[in-house]
Each structure stands twice: as C-alpha cells, then as structure tokens.
Design a protein around this ligand. Structure first.
Ligand code: FEO
Length: 394
C-alpha cells in the first residue's frame, strides 16, 4: 500500500472500501473511499482517519512516506466513525499525547465516542495552526453535516479539506476529477441528495461565507471519493445550484410498490398520463430501485406521486420505509399526489397523502383508490389522474 502524492509534501493516505454496498441505508454500488491526508512539514500532520477496520491500510500508506511515530498533529474534521473510527488505534500506535485538533463540538462528540483516549484540542472558527512552512486554517461548518463538522485549509498550497462536503461514495482507479470527468457527477448528486439535502440552507450560508472570504482554492479534498483539482470551482458552483432546491419543471416520478400488480398497473397509467402532457415521467418500483436511488431522482423532480397497496389496514412496508427516509430529508418545492389499489379497507392512499402533506408538499389531487384490479375505466381514470397532475405542474 503506497501513499499517493497529491501536492508537494501532501499525500493521500486514505483507504478504499471496494466492497461496501450499504452505507447506513445508502446503496453504495461502487464502494467508497475514506480519505485521509498526510502533510509533511516541520510538524507532520494527519488530516482525518478511516473506518476502524481500515486502520492498517492507512498506516501502511503513511509508513510508505514516513515513520507514523513522527506524526505531530492529527486534525479531526468530523466525528462520524468512517473518519474517526481509527483514531484511538492510530493515537495508541504513534503516541498517546499526540494532539487531536477539532472543532468545539468535535471535542464534545469525540469525547462521547472515545472517552479520554484522545488528547483533544478545540479550535475556533478561523483559527490558524502553523505547521512550519505551511499554515492550516480551520472553518466551522456546523451541520454540514454533523454539529462537529469543520473544514481545514492550507493557505500556502490553497488546498481545502472539506470533510463530507463535495464527497461521493465512489471507489475506482481514478483519484482526481480530470481522470473520471462528468461520470463522477451522478455520484456527487446522489451523495448530496441522500446526505446533505436537508442541510441545503446551511450549505448555502457556508458557500456564501467562503465566497466572501475569497479563499483561492486549487484543490478540494473531500473525505469520500475523488479529489477536485481540475476545476474545483465547478463542484462549488454545482452545490450552489443544488442548494437552491429548484426542481426540473417537467420531471415527475411515480414511486410505488405493488402486491398483485394492480398498483403497478395504476402507476404505469399515471406515468403515461404525465408523459402525454409532455412530462419527463417514469415509474420507480420500491423493490426494484433502492430508496437512495429513488431519493436521488426525487431530489430534482417537480412532482412525486406515491402509490401503495393497502396491507393489513396500513401502508406497504417498502412505501413506509421510503416515506420515512424522504421525510427526514425535508423535501421542498414539490407537488405530490397519492394512489393505490386495495381489497376491502383501502387506507393506504390516504395515509400516503397525509405523510406527503406532513412533509410540506403541495397535494394537487385527492388520493386515487382502485379496488382489486383496475378495469379499462379504472385505467383511464389513472391516465387522467396523471394528466391532471401534469397540468398542475404546468
Ligand atoms: Fe463520511 Fe459524515 O461521515
């Protein structure tokens, strides 16, 4: 395991997790990386660590550059265990008193995770730490996406270590944006939609603050995925756009599950009705599409139409799962409607509608119900339902 030099005296010493497919409920079809960085200066500094089980991979990469015992400082930009899990073992290995610099909330949160195993030192927003030839500056980035989150910036090299911001769950042969090109953007969007969507207002504020500071940035190093060196401004500009939460005005999703294909037949007719009015519409079946992919599509959809069969007087479990997940992401600026087939009681479409309304989405139709199997008239009703939703979007 060899470290990769990413700038003069700065190394990528993180770990690649080729096999992770579920990251606390987010589907990571391409694995992920836990990025950590080593700065060789008068004070040798490690920025972030990795999941505990990848400690040896990181230590081997550090050892390919320098004896790990020579590390003077550790910076913890974020407490979540994919970046801090290795900290106790690293500190134990290199010397128990190595200072770990973190935000004020980081001090609290790292203590909650690891007790008194770490020599924690809180830094203030804007505080600087001299490494010798280089100066690290810290910026609090609360709730992007934990209370402890912060960025670190090397002033002389113009490198921003951005923690989870600008990251992507992607493991591949490439390490830089210019090596993968546009193909990285769907991964960055999925990351934003699933991890950061609800924090868009805070991110917008942070981006405004950073723009105001006029920091020259030549390289952005997030804690997951590829590093942005070719055009770091591009991902910042893309985040600025995403933070506006303005959906594509002609995109509509029909999200559903089905027991005996009746809700499915309804979904497909609703999609046809939407498409007949010029909408970019598609169905997403919740046992064929992972919730995190559905959310990625829902992120920039103007309307979401959610269908559930009634099971035991309630929602179908996958639909309940999806609604719970979506609600947590605090969707905004969307129209919504609900539908579903049923046997005898038929509560689900109303329950779905109530959930969507609770999220603050604008309901454009009463819930559409169909008993047992939709006949020709029932299907035409679904088609018209789709058309009316499209007209409401327009
Ligand atoms: Fe990648 Fe919030 O940890």
């Amino acid at each position: 395991m060899k470290a990769l030099q990413i700038a003069e005296g700065v190394y990528d010493v993180g770990a690649t997790d080729w096999n992770v497919r579920d990251f606390h409920g987010y589907s990571t079809d391409n694995g992920s990386t836990y990025n950590a960085f080593l700065i060789i200066d008068e004070k040798i500094t490690l920025i972030d660590t990795v999941k505990e089980e990848f400690t040896e991979q990181m230590m081997a990469k550090i050892a390919s550059v320098i004896d790990p015992k020579k590390i003077d400082y550790i910076i913890s930009n974020h407490t979540e265990m994919d970046h801090s899990g290795a900290l106790p073992r690293v500190v134990h290995r290199i010397g128990k008193d190595t200072p770990v610099y973190c935000s004020k909330m980081g001090l609290k949160n790292l203590s909650s995770h690891f007790g008194d195993k770490l020599n924690l030192r809180a830094v203030a927003d804007g505080e600087e730490l001299s490494l010798g030839k280089r100066t690290l500056q810290f910026f609090e980035t609360r709730m992007i996406h934990w209370p402890d989150s912060m960025f670190s910036y090397i002033k002389e090299d113009k490198i921003l270590f951005s923690s989870d911001a600008f990251g992507q769950h992607y493991a591949g042969p490439e390490r830089f944006d210019d090596q993968i090109g546009e193909a990285i953007m769907p991964h960055a969007k999925k990351y934003f939609a699933n991890i950061l969507w609800l924090f868009a207002p805070q991110i917008k504020g942070l981006l405004t603050k950073l723009t105001g500071l006029n920091l020259p940035i030549e390289l952005i190093c997030p804690d997951h995925g590829i590093l942005w060196r070719d055009n770091p401004a591009k991902i910042v500009e893309t985040y600025t756009e995403w933070c506006e939460l303005q959906p594509q005005s002609n995109k509509a999703l029909v999200i559903y599950d089905t027991m005996w294909h009746s809700t499915e037949a309804m979904a497909e007719e609703i999609v046809a009705g939407l498409a007949a009015e010029g909408m970019d519409a598609k169905p997403m079946h919740l046992r064929s599409c992972h919730r995190s992919d559905v959310v990625t599509e829902a992120f920039d959809a103007k309307a979401i139409v959610v269908g559930s069969p009634t099971l035991n007087n309630g929602l179908f479990p996958t639909v309940a799962d999806f609604l719970t997940y979506l609600k947590g992401l605090k969707p905004k600026n969307k129209l919504a409607a609900s539908f579903g087939s049923y046997g005898w009681s038929g509560e689900a479409p109303k329950l779905v509608g109530e959930e969507l309304k609770t999220m603050g989405l604008e309901m454009v139709e009463d819930p559409l119900r169909q008993q047992y199997v939709p006949d020709q008239e029932g299907l035409e009703g679904c088609f018209e339902f789709g058309r009316r939703i499209a007209q409401a979007i327009k």
